[in-house]
Design a protein around this ligand. Sequence first.
Ligand SMILES: Nc1ncnc2c1ncn2[C@@H]1O[C@H](COP(=O)(O)OP(=O)(O)OP(=O)(O)O)[C@@H](O)[C@H]1O
Ligand SMILES: [Mg+2]
Length: 185
Amino acid sequence: MSATVFTIANQKGGVGKTTTAINLSAILAEQKIKTLLIDLDPQANATSGLGIEKEEGGSLYGPLMGEGQAMDKIKKTAFKNLSIIPSEVDLAAAEIELAQKPDYLLQLRTVLQPVIESDKYRAIIIDCPPALGLLSMNSLVTADYLLIALQCEYLALEGLGEILRVVDRLHEAQLTNNSKSEVLS
Ligand SMILES: Nc1ncnc2c1ncn2[C@@H]1O[C@H](COP(=O)(O)OP(=O)(O)OP(=O)(O)O)[C@@H](O)[C@H]1O
Ligand SMILES: [Mg+2]
């Protein structure tokens, strides 16, 4: 059975994306659900939050640029059933370099497909950076479900409208995983 991919996104900063990603991953793992947390934010807060050292060459940057496999970037954590693909600062360059690739919105899905189909994980959680750049867009294209972390305040609604419009445009372009794609907010 292939893994279900959840992405946690919001272009607003400091709204609880990483906290949700870490806690959701930990709870799923605790429930004996084999879970992979993917830190797609160059800030690497989910990586340090799980006590993993940032390591040069340890992120998805290489695979996204056509060098190496995502599977080789997976690290065990201190928690049973919970693994991580860490981030490090070079992912910031991917934000720019992805734009030069053909199919620049499909790169993450392509890179993660072997992991998704590997039978090793039932849940994959992606922690996004606070921007609607190419890393977040790739994550939206890869996901089966989108969780929007949100602070309950008026201005947050403007940001919410923006990300939902992006999801609509990706749907229209038939880039999302249409068979299962849903927004959970
Ligand atoms: N549900 C919550 N209630 C109150 N505070 C929270 C909640 N979730 C997270 N926080 C706090 O809000 C701060 C920002 O959280 P977090 O780093 O998870 O946000 P983020 O959206 O990932 O930030 P960034 O956009 O920089 O990646 C942290 O200090 C965290 O402890
Ligand atoms: Mg974060």
